[in-house]
Design a protein around this ligand. Structure first.
Ligand SMILES: *[C@@H]1O[C@H](CO)[C@@H](O)[C@H](O)[C@H]1NC(C)=O
Ligand SMILES: *[C@@H]1O[C@H](CO)[C@@H](O)[C@H](O)[C@H]1NC(C)=O
Ligand SMILES: *[C@@H]1O[C@H](CO)[C@@H](O)[C@H](O)[C@H]1NC(C)=O
Ligand SMILES: *[C@@H]1O[C@H](CO)[C@@H](O)[C@H](O)[C@H]1NC(C)=O
Length: 443
């Protein structure tokens, strides 16, 4: 009798315990993956950094040319031994399957073939995409990659615009270019590749790992595993060495919903970089709408793309900002518009895809444009690099290289003033209206 009671009590206890364990495990909803034994304590901080760019053939710059984007990405594939993790807003390397015109480029084809052949080298390819209907993503998943689909519409009504690579949890690429063959031909793109930097790679991998866990979900769980939270942040950045120069760095992300408490948000990262500028702030983006107030005693230069979808408010905003600034002592805000080669009486192509800010002591390179709702709904990532106080002047650093790239664009024949941009935009609008009228006419 007594032993039966005991038995029941023990059974009840075991049941309670099982339920408890089940509860704990089910509440931690976003699991990370195994991190191959790399930890914050023994990851590598002695890194090399290379600025990579795509300059379309029709543009000619006679100064500072950097490593071509394709060279950088191909080099990463040369190094890959274990894994390549890629997130990209589009996949159109082999041919453009979204647009009406189909054209191909050798570089795109070649890169695509190399990605397909990773499997035969024993390298795992992992891809996150929000485009389930993309032919290329399908082809990758059938032939060589493990693909996970994130339904951004259900999660935030936004897009997955993140664009980065993590190779062997050691090397990274982050920048404006996605896996689109135009990024190697027609568009002006800028990014950076960091080698032998498992600390930074670990942090970026955690963002990837988080996307990886979002497959089939229509909500973002509130409890996250430690393996998808941030390793470094604005308040506790990674102290590292880039080409033997001391610096600090961290990775930021968007939207808010995708940032656990420890992760710095893109917007905060940008504000921080701007706030800590002492002499100048140079901003190069495709679209810009009021974001960070930059009216301070520093020289501000904004380089914005002029293209068919440039928001007319952008020009109004720039004009009022310049007017405001004129009344303030020490304030200097200049805006120029980048429009690449003139095509068909205007600017049809969105040609300058760059998304960065560089100041006298820091850089932010990201995936998103600086227009209000971009950061609220879309997924993106950014990288902040701050030079240490004791940086030796004269030694070419990433900050100096990016400054030079900005100045090259700023002073190039491809930019126009605010006033000229207003006129051009007006002309473009008139042209569009004329085309519409023509189409509407019978016959
Ligand atoms: C790093 O440390 C972890 C545990 O502290 C260990 O398991 C792992 O093997 C170490 N990795 C390297 C590359 O030293
Ligand atoms: C570079 O090009 C600019 C205009 O495109 C020109 O003014 C300048 O003289 C050129 N510099 C050299 C070194 O060729
Ligand atoms: C993504 O989510 C939306 C909204 O919940 C839904 O309508 C759509 O069918 C989903 N897409 C896919 C491919 O599952
Ligand atoms: C870092 O070193 C590599 C060669 O090791 C070089 O290609 C690159 O331009 C350097 N980066 C900077 C910012 O100086």
């Amino acid at each position: 009798m007594l032993s039966q009671q005991k038995c029941i009590a023990v059974f009840a206890l075991v049941c309670c315990f099982a339920v408890l364990v089940a509860l704990i495990f089910s509440s931690v909803d976003v699991w990370g993956e195994d991190e191959d034994g790399i930890t914050e304590e023994n990851c590598s901080k002695d890194c090399r950094i290379v600025l990579v760019e795509n300059i379309p053939g029709e543009l000619s710059f006679n100064t500072s040319s950097h490593t071509p984007l394709t060279t950088g990405l191909n080099h990463l594939l040369d190094l890959a031994k274990l894994s390549v993790e890629i997130v990209s807003p589009f996949w159109a390397l082999a041919s453009v399957d979204q647009g009406s015109r189909v054209y191909s480029s050798y570089q795109g084809q070649h890169l695509f073939q190399r990605l397909l052949s990773l499997k035969s080298r024993g390298v795992k390819l992992k891809v996150v995409s929000d485009q389930p209907s993309s032919l290329e993503v399908k082809s990758l998943s059938e032939r060589s990659a493990e693909v996970r689909y994130v339904n951004m519409t259900a999660l935030t009504r936004g897009r997955m615009l993140s664009s980065f690579w993590v190779v062997d949890r050691k090397h990274i690429y982050i920048g404006s270019a996605g896996m689109n063959l135009k990024a190697f031909s027609k568009l002006k793109e800028l990014g950076i590749v960091v080698y032998d930097c498992s600390c930074l790679a670990l942090d970026l991998h955690r963002i990837f790992s988080f996307y990886w866990q979002l497959q089939y979900r229509d909500y973002v769980p509130s409890i996250w595993s430690k393996r998808v939270t941030a390793v470094y942040s604005r308040d506790e950045p990674l102290q590292l060495s880039l080409n033997n120069t001391d610096a600090s760095a961290y990775v930021s992300a968007s939207p808010d919903l995708f940032c656990p408490k420890s992760r710095s948000r893109d917007i905060d990262a940008i504000r921080h970089v701007i706030r800590t500028a002492r002499k100048f702030v140079y901003i190069s983006v495709t679209d810009y709408l009021p974001l960070a107030a930059v009216l301070r005693d520093v020289r501000v230069r904004l380089l914005i793309s002029l293209w068919t979808h440039t928001h007319p408010l952008t020009l109004n905003f720039m004009a009022s900002m310049q007017a405001l600034c004129t009344g303030l002592p020490g304030c200097s805000v200049e805006t120029r518009f980048y429009r690449g080669k003139e095509l068909m009486g205007g600017f049809q192509h969105r040609i300058n895809e760059n998304k960065f800010v560089v100041t006298d002591n820091a850089v932010y390179i990201g995936n998103l444009d600086w227009a209000g709702s971009e950061f609220a709904n879309n997924a993106g990532a950014g990288l902040v690099i701050q030079e240490s106080e004791n940086h030796q002047e004269g030694r070419e650093s990433i900050v100096e290289q990016l400054t030079a790239a900005f100045e090259r664009d700023w002073f190039s024949p491809y930019t126009i003033s605010l006033q000229a941009a207003s006129t051009a935009l007006q002309e473009c609008q008139n042209l569009k209206q004329k085309l519409r009228d023509l189409k509407r006419k019978p016959e």
